[in-house]
Design a protein around this ligand. Sequence first.
Ligand code: NAD
Length: 368
Amino acid sequence: MIKVKKRKILLLPGDGIGPEVVAEVKKIIEWFNKNKSLDFEIDEDLVGGSSYDKNGTPITDEVFYKALECEAVILGAVGGPKWDNLDFSKKPERALLKLRKELKLFANLRPAICFKQLVNASSLKPEIVSGLDIMIVRELTGGIYFGEPRGIKLVDNGERKGINTHVYTSNEIQRVAKVAFDLAKKRNNKVTSCEKSNVMEAGQLWKEEVQTLHEKEYKEVKLEHMLADNCAMQLLRNPKQFDVIVTDNLFGDILSDEAAMLTGSLGLLPSASLGAKDKNGNIRSMYEPVHGSAPDIAGKGLANPIATILSFAMALRYSLNLDKEAETLEKSVQSVLDDGLRTKDILSQGKKEVSTTQMGDAIISKLK
Ligand code: NAD
């Protein structure tokens, strides 16, 4: 068999259930290395609260530079009550914001797929969600979470005023819209762009820039514009009308959580954050489950590793150009669900409960 070149993957397990779910991905990477002659080089390091405990900072410069140099970062989760009262700059979540900002990961991809085996886990009627497959593309490095001026200020009458600024440039809008159009071309060829152009100038600019890009480069993709509040409603009324949704940082934060819940469980939801192509054509990227560190179940073998495993499948597809392997991994997950194996968060009557490691092992056995 031909050996392909070594690709560096950085594992940052983080806190809480992070190390448990990332350990299952590590087993899968090792399986691919051994059985498919892939030559992934795995590095692993601290991030979040565990990094703060050892190094006094949620991410060291050394780890940050490793992230810059590898082909894909797989992150578990960060945070937990132990670190809740730290100064803002030391909080575990600062590591995530730093990685997203400095790696310029401007596009966050969150698929919401309703597995047919788990259709009853959704709070919506089965006919509304069965077969659902949508992709939300959220702008991740601009908008109101980063805009200046910001802060809490004292005003004349002794009251306090909280200020945040919602700001976007044409370039920021067009580069994330491009990601959405390119994805749509490989899917069902439809993009829904969401903003609040009826009440916000930045929303009006968003709509115009997406439209301009569409007319210039993506005429063959169907484009519709939708107000973000309507999109929130349509996601519950008829989610299957959507293929790719592209929206800003704030609305994307909310709409992607809403879409996620259509599928029933946090333990199943992967995500990818992508940056621009560098001069060698490589894309900086980070892959992580949507869920947090779940301190309530950490260390008990109850965590569902599927979200993190599917995040690795996204890494195979978007960063490592291994579409076939990505598909094999996704099919293995489906096949284990077909067999009725469930971690506790998705357990239903008549199904067999398995632990985090048993779920990982079962998925690996299907890869064979
Ligand atoms: P959470 O996602 O950690 O947990 C919410 C609920 O879902 C909990 O009941 C948890 O047990 C369950 N859950 C989550 N993932 C699961 C999995 N894989 N398998 C089974 N059950 C799962 O959210 P939270 O409780 O609001 O936050 C806990 C901590 O995680 C906080 O410190 C928060 O800041 C942090 N957090 C981190 C990230 C991240 O690292 N990207 C994201 C969200 C929250």
